[in-house]
Design a protein around this ligand. Structure first.
Ligand code: NAP
Length: 255
């Protein structure tokens, strides 16, 4: 029976690339998305055609009650393992949002609430539900969590989105603290910090050409791909990374 991996924000971009690679590497994959049901359904269809065990689950990770329901629904869908325990063995906290470029003195409360609700509280809530299933303290069989931070956490993103950068810096510290909290309970917790990656997130921040425009200024003189980030994430989830916990891995082409 395949172990189950839950990937939040899997309808496109980095989350979709993680789902595709993880399915190819033998995970059963639970795909979470917020709005784009059609994209999630298309991914499910494609992965199933390639022989994967997968399904899509709509939930806003910023809604704590919805996160609790999401994990319960994933458990119910995939069923228990032969030992009667949840089959969940992995979580990728990937769902994330940016906003349009603004200075801090232009940011209203609604923007700040959403930025931290999705990027920080959503990751906490999902990790909490995962630890309740994975940790030996709760009768679980162990597993791994990978949080998706951003190079913005160490750059600060002045004049762009300091709110996003600060939220991702919280994810770095969350990763370190949770990793140490559950290290003796069979659960590894790591983060990746992507640099400029070619996905739709830039369009959602009002800068659709951001990756292409910034490419010449980057050390490797190109943006990264979602697939390149996915390879690091799937490695951190795997037994190949069995002694890696509390790590924050830059996948940023030297940025
Ligand atoms: P993306 O293309 O914009 O995709 C975001 C995904 O998150 C979508 O599947 C979206 O689902 C989902 N999502 C958004 N809000 C959600 C919510 N409240 N609940 C559940 N799902 C939600 O983004 P991406 O570039 O792949 O980014 C993925 C992660 O990498 C994010 O955490 C981002 O901060 C981080 N990152 C990206 C870059 C980059 O350059 N691309 C760099 C550093 C870090 P719907 O489409 O259904 O709304």
């Amino acid at each position: 029976m395949k172990p189950v991996l839950l990937v939040t924000g899997a309808s496109r971009g980095i989350g979709r690339a993680v789902a595709e690679l993880a399915a190819a590497r033998g995970w059963a994959v639970a795909l979470n998305y917020a709005r784009d049901e059609r994209a999630a359904a298309a991914l499910v269809e494609r992965l199933r055609a390639a022989g994967a065990e997968t399904a899509a689950f709509r939930a806003d990770v910023a809604d704590d009650a919805a996160v609790v329901r999401l994990f319960a629904t994933v458990d119910a869908h995939f069923g228990a393992g032969p030992d009667g325990r949840s089959r969940l063995r992995g979580l990728v906290n990937n769902a994330g949002v940016v906003d349009v470029a603004a200075r801090v003195d232009e940011m209203d409360a609604a923007r700040l609430q959403r930025m931290f609700a999705v990027n920080v509280f959503g990751s906490f809530a999902c990790a909490r539900e995962a630890v309740r299933r994975l940790s030996t303290r709760h009768g679980g069989a162990g597993g791994a969590i990978v949080n998706v931070s951003s190079a913005a956490a160490r750059l600060g993103s002045p004049g762009q989105y300091v709110d996003y950068a600060a939220a991702k810096a919280a994810i770095d510290t969350f990763t370190l603290g949770l990793a140490r909290e559950v290290a003796a309970e069979g659960v590894r917790v790591n983060a990746v910090r992507p640099g400029i990656i070619e996905t739709d997130i830039h369009a959602s921040g009002g800068q659709p050409d951001r990756a292409r425009e910034l490419a010449p200024q980057l050390p490797m003189q190109r943006a990264g791909t979602a697939d390149e980030v996915a390879r690091s994430i799937v490695w951190l989830l795997s037994d190949e990374a069995s002694y890696v916990t509390g790590a924050v891995l830059d996948v940023a082409g030297g940025r």
